[in-house]
Design a protein around this ligand. Structure first.
Ligand code: ATP
Ligand code: MG
Length: 603
């Protein structure tokens, strides 16, 4: 393909858009790839659309090679299947819901498990039909609380979603491994580095689950790596519980006055001033802080919970959310707290919560009521002694021992993971990094098939519930991740596999010969099957053309200019690795060979 800049539908901008914070977003807007339509909703301009289609092509080729078959569902769907699996409620405010003119409930699909399950149920009835893997590349809708960074977190975005259907668990394992391998090939071909991390399966249910994270500072996910090679999303890290401690030497718990100790820092200071320890100073890790939250269950029921966390650790809301999914978690409101007058803000401790509170009753079925649920960090093991809230203004209780003076309703993974924390597999300290989730694969198991009654007859003629896997790639997000990874201060710098054009030809100068030579070479290279953007603009200076070519980011730039008098043109590599003069006569041949070699590396 050959396009001329003079009539190509693109306008580059010199200024960064006001709402953009990350480089990929700024550059994609400035270079004329995308335009914002509404928060988290973008239009694709010709350049952007070409990259999007190229990413899709690689994904499609590898899905097809893995034996998956492409279908296409509507984005606008009836509510009923999603009501059957409870996701109509579980997805919460993230689900775009709408009504048709007859009052029927519809949604804009955030993901399509239900529809694929029903389609297979419609058409298949025997184990002989399985295994099968179906996929689509399609627009998804999620009313994200915080759309961010251009198309990295959109409210409308393009996803590849695939679903596997197997008769038994071994089959599911094989389908999962095959998709996993296809994902590795996709990201390898795209040239996008990734780490495969153990993940939480979240609202989807199911068991084995891994995320492909692209390591990147601006990513919203935190992941860990251990010396063994173990990697996990921080949300999925299970804190190794220490062994119980001998507390026989710990004095009896006693309530003390702690004036002006509203924060952990003040509490440590006041404790050292008024009640110094003989062996060492008090530290934040000696305190147990209460974090009161409201869990909003899928039906809308609000439940106040108290989390007991070592005072030297912050709460990581993403870990909290993952722990309580599909319920949502909010800070407790004044109204929520009004239901529980026993909770004294700022001085709340274990004894007003959970099984410790005298107001708790348990009914015949064993269901407790009368006190809020009390969950502790896994490090709060039997025998550990704490300074905790005294449940009265200005009071804290000292030497409060877990297992002796209080207990909990269970543990919770809520505390932040820190660099150097022990790895769950015992292999040593954890390294922390940030990443962008570019893909997610998981074994759904029988949850959806059960809910929607997808069964087939097995070898013995017995009806069996099918087991499923679900595999997503954020196609539009991957494009932005590539832009983020491949750019410099001057602009974008696409790898050959996804670049909108392989070569940008810049006619740099005034003479007619410059333009005719540039046009000839452009035509010859494009005829060989490459995509060429020819900057044929007459009234634009060479400097502006160079700046535009660097901003737009084609992998190669050919400059036809001053050198022409000596019979040469200059081929530049956008990454600045090479710039060489080639005789005009050989130009088309040399360029074709160069592009060919570079392209082959990814195909
Ligand atoms: P996240 O945790 O980032 O919100 P998710 O876990 O909800 O993502 P999945 O349901 O696993 O997302 O969707 C599959 C893939 O779709 C993700 O791995 C991600 O690459 C992409 N994706 C999800 N949400 C968005 C979004 N709002 N914008 C762009 N891509 C997205
Ligand atoms: Mg995910």
């Amino acid at each position: 393909m050959l396009k001329n800049m003079s009539d190509y539908f693109v306008r580059t901008l010199r200024e960064d858009p006001a709402d953009a914070e990350v480089a990929s977003h700024k550059l994609m807007v400035r270079a004329g790839y995308i335009r914002r339509t509404a928060p988290g909703i973008y239009s694709w301009l010709p350049l952007g659309l070409k990259v999007l289609r190229n990413v899709e092509r690689v994904v499609r080729e590898e899905m097809d090679a893995a034996g998956a078959q492409e279908v296409l569902f509507p984005a606008l769907l009836p509510a009923e299947p999603y009501q059957k699996t409870d996701r109509w409620d579980e997805y919460g405010p993230t689900l775009f819901k709408l009504k048709d003119r007859r009052g029927g409930d519809y949604l804009l699909a955030p993901t399509h498990e239900e529809m694929f399950t029903l389609l297979v149920k419609d058409l298949y009835s025997s184990y002989k039909d399985l295994p099968t893997v179906l996929y689509q590349i399609q627009t998804k809708y999620r009313d994200e609380a915080r759309p961010r960074a251009g198309v990295i977190r959109g409210r409308e975005f393009v996803m590849k979603d695939a679903y596997s259907f197997d008769i038994d668990d071994e089959g599911l394992d094989a389908s999962y491994d095959s998709q996993r391998a296809a994902y590795q090939r996709i990201f390898d071909r795209l040239g996008l580095p990734y780490v495969i991390c153990a993940a939480m399966s979240g609202a989807m249910g199911g068991s084995r689950s891994e995320e492909f994270l692209h390591p990147c500072e601006i990513g919203e996910d935190t992941f860990v790596r251990a010396p063994s090679g173990y990697a996990a999303n921080a949300e999925a890290v299970v804190t190794p519980a220490p062994d119980p401690v001998d507390a026989s030497h710990v004095p009896a718990a006693d309530v003390r006055d702690t004036p002006d100790a509203g924060t952990i820092e003040d509490l440590v200071r006041v404790s050292n001033e008024l009640y110094p320890r003989a062996d060492r100073p008090w530290e934040a890790k000696d305190t147990l802080k209460s974090v009161v939250l409201t869990v909003v269950h899928p039906g809308g029921e609000r439940e106040v919970v108290n989390l007991g966390i070592p005072g030297d650790r912050e709460v990581d809301m993403k870990r909290v959310e993952a722990s309580f999914a599909p319920a949502e978690v909010e800070m407790a409101t004044a109204e929520d707290l009004a239901q529980h007058p026993e909770l004294v803000p700022g001085f709340l401790g274990p004894q007003a919560c959970g099984p410790n509170y005298e107001g708790r009753t348990v009914d015949a079925d064993g269901n407790p009521s009368g006190s809020v649920r009390f969950l502790v960090d896994p490090r709060v093991v039997d025998g550990t002694a704490w300074i905790a809230g005294g449940n009265a203004v200005g009071k804290h209780v000292y030497n409060l021992v877990m297992g002796r003076d209080f207990t909990a309703d269970g543990t919770v993974e809520a505390a932040q993971i820190r660099q150097g924390d022990p790895s769950p597999d015992g292999s040593g300290p954890l390294q922390l990094a940030r990443g962008i989730e570019i893909g997610h694969i998981f074994q759904l198991g029988r949850k959806y098939a059960q809910a929607l009654d997808l069964k087939v007859l097995d070898q013995n003629g017995k009806s069996q519930v099918v087991t499923m896997g679900s595999y997503g790639i954020g196609v539009s997000r991957v494009l932005a991740a590539l832009a983020e990874f491949y750019h410099d201060e001057k602009g974008l710098s696409w790898p050959m596999v996804v670049a909108p054009f392989h070569l940008q030809v810049v006619a740099a100068g005034k003479g007619e010969e410059i333009f005719s030579t540039a046009a000839d070479i452009s035509a010859a290279v494009s005829k060989a099957g490459f995509d060429v953007l020819y900057d044929d603009r007459k009234k634009v200076s060479a400097g502006v053309k160079f700046a535009d070519s660097e901003l737009m980011g084609m992998p190669y730039v050919l400059v036809v200019g001053r050198g022409l008098k000596q019979g040469v043109v200059e081929l530049r590599d956008r990454r600045g690795k090479s710039a060489r003069e080639i005789p005009v006569a050989d130009a088309a041949q040399v360029i074709k060979a160069e592009l060919e070699a570079n392209l082959e590396a990814n195909e």
